[in-house]
Design a protein around this ligand. Structure first.
Ligand code: S6P
Ligand code: ZN
Length: 195
């Protein structure tokens, strides 16, 4: 972590930051219970614990005045008909948003609120998506070959709540249907607290 303001570069074609403090790699084994087709998940995992996505973080103190930022790279691929995706999370401090700037690839951001509102927005290079406070978010790569690469920035005190999503996933899934991405209801999902 630097204590003086110095820039870094995001160099095409892969956009890995020219300096970073933390490199996170998430694999199939980190996504237990998240994919709809559990049979496909377990047979893929038996073959190889594939790398699904990576995050390069520029560390800053986790304080309200700070902005945490970095690059996320979701690789192409599918588990059954469901595309590679991030775990997804709410921010622990619900009233914190996040900005994504899409550098490369093609995907969707799947979002929802604790009250059950949902939104799915397409991601393509040059596009900016502001994920509003209170909205959980998951990025999905729907390109058959290319990485989905995004720059993100969010408040230092946001924190991550993965548990809520781990329980039943997001309300909407992005799956391949007839060669195209399609948005579908998640059969495992019900409004938290509903009978
Ligand atoms: C953090 C921000 C991203 C994600 C990254 C991986 O608030 O939303 O840096 O951490 O896209 O997703 P996840 O759900 O595994 O943290
Ligand atoms: Zn976030």
């Amino acid at each position: 972590m630097t204590d003086v303001p110095v820039p870094f570069e995001l160099v095409p074609p892969n956009f890995v930051p020219s300096r970073f403090d933390n490199h996170i790699q998430r694999r199939l084994s980190n996504m237990q219970g998240q994919y709809l087709d559990q049979q496909a998940y377990h047979s893929l995992l038996a073959e190889e614990d594939r790398l699904l996505y990576q995050v390069y973080e520029l560390k800053r103190p986790e304080l309200a005045g700070e902005l945490l930022h970095g690059i996320s790279i979701v690789h192409p691929g599918k588990v059954g008909r469901e595309y590679y995706m991030t775990k997804g999370h709410f921010h622990t401090e619900l009233d914190t948003g996040e900005v994504y700037y899409i550098l490369k690839g093609h995907g969707f951001m799947v979002m929802e609120t604790p009250e059950g509102s949902w939104a799915v927005e397409e991601l393509c290079p040059g596009r900016v998506l502001y994920v509003l406070p209170r909205w959980a978010h998951r990025s999905v790569n729907v390109d058959p070959q290319e990485d989905l690469v995004m720059f993100f920035v969010y408040p230092g005190h946001a924190g991550h709540d993965y548990g809520t999503i781990e329980e039943q996933g997001f309300r909407k899934l992005v799956l391949e249907q007839g060669g195209q991405p399609a948005i579908m209801d998640n059969p495992r999902w019900s409004l938290p607290g509903a009978p």
